[in-house]
Design a protein around this ligand. Sequence first.
Ligand code: HEC
Length: 114
Amino acid sequence: MRKLATVFAMAALGAGLLAAPAIGGEAAVSGQAVYQRWCVHCHSDGRGNPGTDSLRVKYGGKVSPVLLERTDLTPQAVAVFVRQGVLSMAPFRKTEISDVELTALAAYVASGGK
Ligand code: HEC
């Protein structure tokens, strides 16, 4: 009996975890997830990340070289860079990042990763 109760408790917990993203009306597409998949390896903090290194040179310390620490980027600007590409950052096609995903991503990046 006790074992059964444990199984039920675990099942309930599992269902709760699976349902969690839907609670609170969170968007179906997570800008953070898109960022983690396509951007983080070039734009995260530290040396050896091409985006961060390049932005360090470009701005010479006037703004943070780390994309998610920027406060001056609008979603529109982010979206243009993603679709057009710049230097060694290749443009992202709609088959890679859809328009819906781009909207979520651009809002996520422009708000400093929130
Ligand atoms: C292959 C590495 C790479 C990937 C992947 C990458 N970037 Fe970049 N990104 C760069 C480089 C290099 C630059 C150019 C920096 C410069 O102009 O000196 C850049 C520039 C940018 C800029 C312009 C910032 C500015 O002020 O000039 C934005 C915005 C940006 N990237 C966003 C993104 C987003 C969002 C993603 C994910 C969809 C992404 N990047 C993926 C390397 C990358």
